[in-house]
Design a protein around this ligand. Structure first.
Ligand code: ADP
Ligand code: ZN
Length: 757
């Protein structure tokens, strides 16, 4: 029998590119093997790490400290997950311990109790009698606070919790009591809601017969080689979900393997989840952000024990502890939410491909509008392309028409009291289409990818715009409650009656947000049932699902919202899609701005005409000849890609080149700039002496958003066609470049960034 190892290498979640050696002594609860979690002493405290190596000799001169606890009877991290984390650590230039912490459920890496007890909460709902907009002035004449609270509940989908109300608006508890007494709201104590995804059914489980195109895709993948990557380019409504499900039947049911299904954001895709649930019932674990840590941990255990064989979840589900993996499916692979916004800045699509290759599984990337990266890989033969060129059941893509906003002069401004005109916001053809749609008892979807009431407030006298004190961002005007809010740092302030710069009193609201469109629509169509879906109406648990369920049940005539409403929805009674302003975001100084715009317009258009009644799409824009708009109108993905790819050649941008964005930030502008300038010189020197000219350094320059959360920001961009060189240079830089300990200076490296703002 081998003697027990006496020393272990431990990866800890610290910002240091090294592992730590500890001694293993007698008396621990469990043996320490590679993959086991260990509790170790660190400075004056303790830290949870993962054992990544064992040995009989210590590399240290001094005697290592001893492991304090070994809580895992079975190692929490499998060999293959450890291998994946090592890849992440190398590729994204993060310490291994940081990668491992990301790959494990929080309950296993933090100190928190994984099983918090369920609580009750106070739920408030709008009462039976909803005063119309006209009655309101009278009803709330002497109680503006009651009105504010009432309208906040309304904007949150007529139902919310007292806790959430008070997080958004300050008011005394007596306000709720008075509203309740007047019968305007109902309030009661309820048990904290259970996970609605655990019990949702609803969709009939009748099995559909795949179309020939679907069948071809399924058959091709069923006989694929281990590690192959497929790109399923299927137009909206072509039945990609059915392909996923039938593929899983083969892999999970026939071969007894396991599978991971990634979706961009689970709250937005209850229908997709329902379909998987209908097909696989209890064998699915659904991981979503609203689960408590304990619930996540339970799901993780069920997967690890093999009790569940399929996991559906967002980004982090790619780390699910499944053995014998057969496939990873990445639905809507172009979505930027697959990229984590903080360290480690991994892209779940890339991690999925690496994991599947390591474990001999296949990867299936699906989208109607694939990312340019994936398209380039499919064209070069790295991925295999599968196409679903038609809608199922002979359905056709909706006719898309453009309303040219330049033809009628527009002024989206209005006096602070909202003098803006409905007719300039919803132009006649769109208005007529809405009326017709409602007359036929059909539903419509309106997209405006900007939340809030108006996008900023400007002084007419001096031109000053209200901006955030912490960020170089204009404040967005919100109603219910009336606030100016920074969408980056969430700074809130009350609107001022005068200009902060010149004291002038002629303030104008500029730009249009969803709140304002909602108000204009409800004034224009007092009896229409309008639901608004954006970050502000969906902050409560399950709020998304509740809104979408109302649409599915036919209780909503117009669904208005931001990009949230563009994804995956499949409502046959939606016959009209209107885009209030297609140009939001197109002028952002980011190389992906056009791609995002095209994807959003194509995706939202794809929500129309999914039933027998067909559908139409109306897009209001000032740039009808822009390729992002033009090819969304003609449903021509391939031509869009051709044009867009051409625009990324000189200067080169992905997929023609690989990028790493190094961001320098600090609380003093000058120190931040100097650090970035120094880093630029350092990198150029390094590259000329060591790497030849395979990596190009661009910048330094201030970031497009120069300041966020009181930190100034500069960046340097690395470009190369050689991924290995990128790894080498980035790693050398992150390990060796010294950051002075002044001005809270910080450096982050974002490899394959999805945005450069
Ligand atoms: P996509 O994700 O490609 O936009 P979906 O997967 O949402 O498309 O499918 C669109 C609709 O077509 C869904 O209502 C789905 O149930 C239906 N559908 C898919 N495949 C078939 C089929 N082979 N026969 C009949 N209906 C189908
Ligand atoms: Zn801010």
């Amino acid at each position: 029998m081998r003697e027990k190892p006496r020393f272990v290498e431990v990866a800890l979640p610290l910002p240091l590119f090294q592992n730590f050696t500890y001694a293993v002594e007698e008396g621990l609860a469990n043996p320490v093997v590679v993959g086991s979690r260990v509790v170790v002493p660190l400075r004056n405290g303790k830290e949870i790490g993962v054992c990544v190596g064992v040995s009989d000799v210590s590399p240290l001169k001094r005697k290592p400290k001893a492991v304090l606890e070994s809580p895992d009877a079975e190692p929490a991290v499998s060999r293959s997950l450890l291998e994946l984390c090592k890849w992440m650590s190398d590729y994204y230039i993060v310490p291994l311990g940081v990668a491992l912490r990301t790959a494990l459920p929080a309950a296993l890496t933090g100190a928190e109790d994984p099983h918090p007890t369920r609580k009750t909460q106070r739920v408030v709902r709008i009462g039976v009698e909803i005063p119309s907009l006209l009655q309101r002035d009278k009803v709330f004449a002497r109680s503006p606070q009651q009105r504010a609270v009432f309208e906040l509940i309304e904007s949150l989908g007529n139902r919310t919790t007292a806790e959430q109300l008070s997080s958004q608006l300050e008011f005394s508890p007596s306000v709720l009591k008075s509203l309740e007494k007047r019968g305007l709201i109902v309030s009661e104590e309820e048990e904290v809601e259970r996970d609605p995804f655990s019990s949702r059914g609803g969709i009939s489980a009748t099995r559909l017969n795949p179309t020939p195109a679907q069948q071809h895709a399924i058959d091709t993948m069923s006989s694929a080689e281990k590690g192959e990557v497929f790109l399923l380019h299927g137009i909206t409504g072509s039945g990609k979900t059915l392909v996923y499900i039938e593929l899983l039947r083969r892999i999970v049911d026939e071969r007894g393997q396991t599978a991971i299904v990634l979706v961009p954001e689970i709250a937005l895709t209850p229908q997709t989840v329902d379909r998987f649930r209908a097909a696989f019932g209890d064998r699915i674990a659904v991981l979503h952000s609203a689960l408590s840590e304990g619930e996540r941990y339970d799901a993780w255990l069920a997967l690890k024990r093999g009790e569940k064989r399929i996991v559906v979840g967002a980004r982090s589900a790619v780390f699910a502890p499944l053995e014998n993996l057969g496939a990873i499916i990445v639905d809507e692979e172009h979505e930027s939410s697959y990229k984590q916004g903080e360290t480690p800045r991994y892209h779940a699509r890339e991690v999925a491909i690496v994991r599947a290759k390591n474990e001999g599984a296949i990867t299936l990337l699906g989208s109607a509008t694939p990312s340019l990266e994936s398209w380039a890989n499919a064209t070069s033969g790295k991925f295999r392309l599968l196409t679903l060129p038609e809608r199922v059941g002979g359905g056709r893509l909706p006719k898309v028409e453009v309303i040219d906003l330049r033809k009628i002069a527009t002024d989206y401004s209005g006096m602070a009291e909202g003098g803006i005109d409905y007719g300039t916001v919803i132009r006649e053809p769109l208005h007529d289409a809405l009326v017709e749609c409602m007359d036929h008892g059909e539903q419509s979807i309106l997209l405006l990818n900007r939340r809030g009431y108006s996008s900023f407030i400007q002084c007419i006298d001096c031109g000053a715009v209200a901006t955030c004190p912490n960020c170089s961002i204009t404040l967005t005007h919100h109603r219910n409650p009336e606030r100016l809010i920074c969408h980056y740092c969430l700074h809130k302030e009350d609107p001022r009656p005068d200009c902060a710069r010149c004291g002038g009193r002629n303030l104008k609201q500029r730009g249009l947000g969803t709140q304002q469109v909602e108000r204009l629509l409800s004034e224009r169509f007092p009896s229409a049932r309008i639901a608004r879906m954006d970050v502000d109406t969906t902050s409560g648990k399950w709020a998304h699902t509740r809104i979408l369920d109302r649409v599915a049940a036919g209780e909503v005539d117009i669904l208005l919202g931001t990009q949230m409403i563009a994804k995956g929805l499949d409502f046959p009674n939606v016959t009209l899609v209107g885009v209030v302003d297609a140009d939001v975001g197109i002028n952002l100084p980011d190389f992906r701005a056009s791609e995002r715009c095209f994807q959003l317009l194509s995706q939202v258009s794809g929500r129309a005409g999914r039933g027998e009644k067909g559908g139409r799409v109306l897009i209001q824009t000032r740039i009808p000849s822009h390729h992002a708009v033009r090819y969304a109108v003609s449903h021509d993905y391939v031509s869009f890609v051709r044009d867009e790819m051409g625009g990324r050649v000189d200067p080169p941008y992905p997929p023609n080149v690989r990028l790493a964005n190094i961001v320098f930030s600090g609380v003093i502008e000058d120190s931040t700039a100097r650090l970035a300038i120094h880093a630029g010189e350092w990198l150029r020197e390094l590259i000329t002496t060591r790497a030849g000219d395979e990596v190009t350094v661009v910048g330094p320059a201030p970031c497009p958003i120069e300041r966020i959360k009181s930190r100034w920001r500069w960046h340097v961009l690395l470009k190369t066609e050689h991924p290995a060189e990128m790894t080498r240079v980035s790693r050398y830089f992150m390990e060796r470049f010294e950051i002075p300990s002044t001005a809270q200076l910080r450096v982050t490296l974002d490899r394959d960034p999805v945005a450069l703002l």
